[in-house]
Write a protein of this length. Structure first.
Length: 135
């Protein structure tokens, strides 16, 4: 039963089971009718997807720029920085700088590496492309 009362408490307890997990809390209500209404609201709240509305999704171009500025440049190795910048530009060009990070899936990275191999790049070169951003 999703709404029940403990023997020594005046308040009704709400128990909701979603996705194999059990959630339990006090309704702080002494009326069963109010507790049932709260249980319905809480069930809707828990089953709604948790998507933040305030922040837009990060795009690949911005993530690669941020990586270059915060990881590659502080190392202060100009030769490596030039190589890494080239590799990051290649990733930006092939995957698209306006691509959402959530759209960069394993399948998409796999098609990127397959494209490099079709261009007769060696497996070591492909691995260098993947090692720069830590794919």
């Amino acid at each position: 039963m999703p709404v029940y009362k403990q023997p020594r408490s005046p308040y009704w307890l709400i128990e909701v089971q979603l996705g194999g997990h059990r959630f339990r809390r006090s309704s702080k209500a002494t009326s069963k009718r109010k507790a049932l209404a709260l249980e319905w609201e809480w069930r809707k709240e828990l089953s709604a997807p948790a998507v933040p509305d305030s922040e837009p999704p990060m795009l690949l171009g911005g993530a690669l720029d941020r990586y270059f500025q915060t990881v590659v440049q502080p190392r202060n190795r100009p030769k490596n920085a030039a190589r890494d910048k080239y590799l990051l530009q290649r990733i930006r060009h092939d995957l698209g700088q306006d691509t959402s990070l959530s759209a960069v899936t394993a399948a998409r990275i796999s098609s990127f590496t397959d494209g490099l191999l079709r261009e007769d790049k060696t497996p070591a070169t492909v691995n260098r492309h993947l090692a720069v951003p830590g794919c």
